[in-house]
Design a binder for this molecule. Structure first.
Ligand SMILES: Cc1cc2nc3c(=O)[nH]c(=O)nc-3n(C[C@H](O)[C@H](O)[C@H](O)COP(=O)(O)O)c2cc1C
Length: 183
């Protein structure tokens, strides 16, 4: 039983990481195992559109960090996936990661896991970022638990966004409820 948080931002300790971690923190407090990974400093090559993954059931692009991180997604029970908003959408680095998950789409290898979408923007466009993440999660047939949107521009500013943090805690509590054993 584990919750995996991913931040797609190139700022390792930026706003997206902070908001994703705020969700994870709630789970940790309840004794649930969590893992966090930042895509900052990771090499994620783009999808080649070669369609070879239809036969291989895995992305044929080699020698980067995509495979190791995707193995973690396959291992998790709940995915908390977050992106900074770049031009009203997810950032390119995370989009590369998402595009390569096409290799798992053909046989719905990610289906059934639970997921939360997280987006941070300075001002506008966070809703569309969430929509893109929802498109990814719904295509793969994750069970969608909801979204968290935060506001912040400079690194760390999202910690001033009381509404965003509250939402992160609420979603964290929802995960705890779902993963806790019931009578
Ligand atoms: C290339 C780029 C594009 C951006 N586009 C938007 C945007 O469309 N709307 C917005 O509100 N903020 C935009 N921002 C601001 C970031 O979303 C904001 O700084 C966010 O907190 C970054 O999150 P991070 O610290 O996790 O990287 C943009 C920033 C960059 C670098």
């Amino acid at each position: 039983m584990s919750v995996l948080g991913i931040s797609g931002s190139m700022r390792k300790d930026g706003n997206t990481s902070l908001l994703v971690k705020a969700v994870l923190e709630r789970c940790e407090r309840a004794g649930i195992k969590t893992e966090f990974i930042s895509l900052a400093g990771k090499e994620i090559k783009p999808c080649l559109g070669c369609e070879k993954c239809k036969e291989k059931d895995w992305c044929v692009v080699k020698n980067d960090d995509w495979g190791e991180i995707m193995e973690m997604v396959l291992d998790c029970e709940v995915l908390v996936i977050g992106s900074p908003t770049y031009y009203f959408d997810v950032c390119g680095h995370l989009k590369n990661f998402i595009d390569r998950s096409y290799s798992l789409y053909h046989r719905r290898k990610l289906a059934g896991r639970k997921a939360v979408a997280v987006a941070v923007c300075a001002n506008k466009g966070g809703a569309r970022t969430i929509e893109t993440l929802e498109g990814f999660l719904n295509s793969h047939e994750f069970s969608y638990l909801g979204w968290v949107r935060g506001k912040g521009y400079l690194e760390g500013e999202v910690t001033q966004d009381a509404r965003g943090l509250k939402r992160a805690q609420e979603i964290g509590d929802k995960i705890v409820q779902l993963l806790s054993p019931h009578d």
